[in-house]
Design a protein. Structure first.
Length: 426
């Protein structure tokens, strides 16, 4: 097993007595064919029905012995390598998989719990997560915070063996349908803002927690805002150390950027931004549907989309490989995230140009590929914001990967209660 900088077992095995990758691939191929349904329409549906379906699909993976491939065996995983995970992802491409559990439950929050959770926390939560029984979400962003995640105003005040939580979080994906959250809250106002935060595990549906859904431009209600009124959280549910929540949050964001960018070792199934199969076939289908498959310009656009996917896949392998060996620092995950976001944006533009008017209007009962591309375009900007905006990623790359000077900050090394800020708080 490999060990991270916190001294915790990451679950990535390196011993020679592991099942050979090609044997694992062959076994997975046989099992998938007999147990998982083929990939069809609606795999990217965000309805409650689809979410429950994905819980069931995750349960199938668990029962078949293919859940948590890179998670530690001690907590229900297989303890295998990223090569095993990549082999399984490739073999699972033709099948319906629990895609929405990848982000944030598996690739972000369970991954963070592996690194920073106590033995008891991991034993309590990781097996149910891998069985599909617990969906998780992060409570990080706040209504007045913008991109300043450390400017947290939600507070947690200690009262004996519990912390009392008050405040609000926002832009939490499917919090209304999730079970647990990692919540970042301020526990110390007398130190600079990054040093007075604590990360907590909290049950979402309990007295004092109000979850409101936010209607988006495409009509969906996935994003939520949460309000906390004197919510007790046991001190045993602190993740990491009290007042050192920024360390946990920083690592959580590394996992988020890897997961969103398609480079997480903890997820199964192809990422939407790095799928080199189905996503490219959509462009070809759009060209055929529009009767433009012989158009030289359209063919160039399809080729560009395909090349972008190939580059994305190779970039993921290079960056994750460099991070695994220590040749690249953890913030290098921002390179994957930034390319993934710009790739989705450009591929969306390509799809709209190829499909033409069918992205705006389509026959009733027969929407076609153009309708799918049109609907996807309404939420395309989200991938440039989730996990930190493109501008934030460029700052991280410049300062923490390339070693350029840090941006000036007026609130650095100032106790947070003395910092002038908008919104409510002390």
């Amino acid at each position: 097993m490999t060990v991270n900088g916190n001294g915790n077992d990451t679950g990535a095995a390196t011993t020679e007595d592991l099942e050979p990758v090609e044997d694992f691939r062959a076994r997975a191929r046989t099992w998938l064919a007999g147990n998982m349904p083929p990939l069809g329409d609606g795999w990217n549906d965000r309805s409650d029905e689809r979410r429950e379906r994905e819980r069931e699909l995750q349960g199938r993976l668990w029962a078949g012995g293919f859940a948590g491939i890179c998670f530690p065996k001690e907590y229900g995983g297989l303890g295998l390598t990223t090569d095993h995970q990549r082999a399984f992802t490739a073999e699972s491409a033709p099948y319906d998989m629990p895609f929405s559990l990848n982000v944030p439950t598996l690739g972000i929050l369970a991954a963070t719990l592996v690194e920073f959770g106590t033995h008891e926390q991991k034993l309590r939560h990781l097996p149910p997560i891998l069985r599909g029984e617990e969906l998780w979400v992060q409570f990080l962003s706040e209504p007045s915070g913008g991109s300043d995640l450390a400017g947290c105003l939600t507070r947690a005040d200690r009262d004996g063996d519990v912390f009392i939580l008050n405040g609000s979080k926002i832009w939490s994906s499917a919090a209304y349908a999730s079970d647990w959250a990692m919540c970042l809250a301020r526990t110390n106002w007398d130190v600079p803002k990054h040093r007075g935060l604590t990360m907590f595990i909290m049950k979402i549906h309990q007295p004092g927690v109000t979850v409101e859904q936010i209607r988006q431009v495409d009509g969906t209600l996935e994003f939520c805002q949460e309000f906390f009124d004197d919510v007790p959280i046991p001190a045993s549910d602190v993740v990491g150390e009290v007042d050192d929540g920024w360390t946990v949050a920083s690592r959580l964001l590394v996992h988020e950027r890897l997961a969103v960018g398609g480079g997480s070792p903890y997820t199964s199934g192809a990422s939407a931004s790095h799928d080199s199969g189905g996503a490219d076939s959509t462009m070809v289908d759009a060209a055929r549907e529009a009767g433009r498959e012989a158009d030289p310009h359209v063919r160039r656009l399809v080729a560009e989309a395909h090349v972008r996917q190939l580059v994305a896949g190779q970039l993921v392998r290079r960056i994750t490989g460099g991070m695994a060996t220590g040749a690249m620092p953890p913030p290098a995950g921002s390179i994957i995230k930034l390319f993934g976001a710009t790739n989705v944006m450009r591929r969306t533009e390509i799809g709209l140009e190829i499909a033409g008017g069918s992205v705006v209007a389509w026959p009733e009962g027969d929407p076609g590929v153009g309708a799918q591309l049109g609907a996807n375009s309404l939420s395309r900007q989200g991938v440039s914001l989730g996990g930190g905006s493109n501008e934030i990623q460029r700052n991280i790359i410049s300062e923490r990967v390339l070693g350029m000077p840090r941006e000036a900050a007026a609130d650095r090394e100032i106790p947070y209660r003395e910092v002038r800020r908008g919104g409510s708080g002390r």
